[in-house]
Design a protein. Sequence first.
Length: 335
Amino acid sequence: MGKQQREISASEFFTKNRHLLGCDNPRKALLTAVKEAVDNALDASEEAGILPEIVVKLEAVGEGDAPPPRISEATRFRVTVVDYGPGIVRQQVPRIFAKLLYGSKFHRLRMSRGQQGIGISAAGMYGQLTTGKPVKIISRTGQNVPAHYFEVQIDTKKNEPIILEKKEIEWESHRGTQVTIELEGRYQKGRASVDEYMELTSIGNPHAKFTYVAPDGETRVYPRTMQQLPEPPREIKPHPYGIELGMLLKMLQDTKSHWLSGFLSTDFSRVSAATAEEICKAAGLNPHKRPKDVVGQEAEKVYKAIQATKLMAPPTNCLSPIGEKAILSGLYKQI
Ligand SMILES: Nc1ncnc2c1ncn2[C@@H]1O[C@H](COP(=O)(O)OP(=O)(O)OP(=O)(O)O)[C@@H](O)[C@H]1O
Ligand SMILES: [Mg+2]
């Protein structure tokens, strides 16, 4: 047994458990690929303060050199999503698109559509598994710099990118990102279809403009009806009621505070200096104790004292709800 025991890479794990990534069947896989790319385009544009403009194109493709079959029978699709957002710096492109669990949103405490750093690389890996084709990317971060073209694949054993092609190219867009994934998929209309997703996404994001080219070549434009970006969500510290003991133990070790009371009031939301003292007292601990020395039984006492202390509910400005005006604007546009 010992000889057979070895590490399993994240990519190997998800290759066998693709349902965890939303790729249980070809119809869902197509929708997931579109959604992951659109989510990223919306997140990136909003974060950069740019009103999102996104193009989604689906094309049926034949296997090998065969011509594309009828759309209802097609089993292979090329998904292309273009945004005019901030673009991606050249060095990051291979890891963003061909390494699972790599991203900018996981370690921060701010609301966004994406979080895990697995969305687009998983969609690309599914494409690679089912068609053998690499992910193709064009990205440009500004008018005064060139656009870069990449073709990448994942080395699933190592969960590391393999760069098959990398060059500067001419690109009509001044800024933004284009990703193309070829994958095994099925295109259907109706419930949970890409068509429905595009319509609902446009309703829910009236500050974005979408152009959707369906596999039959029909182009639908969903115009922008709100000319301002939604209020950006604020980053928030964890609320003491929302953490488990293991998390508290880790935070005690990682904190920059020198005192237990300081740790409680600076690393959490809704804990004032006075409340921090109160918690320390309830736990029977010196407020000036070094957080790193609060372990085992003592940490458990702090944990219990937190639960027993009355605290204000967390602030809600960490959320950016769509708001009445925007949802109405989206609904009037489509329905
Ligand atoms: N179109 C884009 N423009 C700019 N940056 C992007 C774009 N797409 C992806 N990124 C960057 O690549 C990272 C990885 O994307 P990916 O979709 O894999 O993960 P995520 O969006 O962080 O989380 P999730 O797995 O929940 O989607 C993002 O965190 C973001 O920093
Ligand atoms: Mg994402």
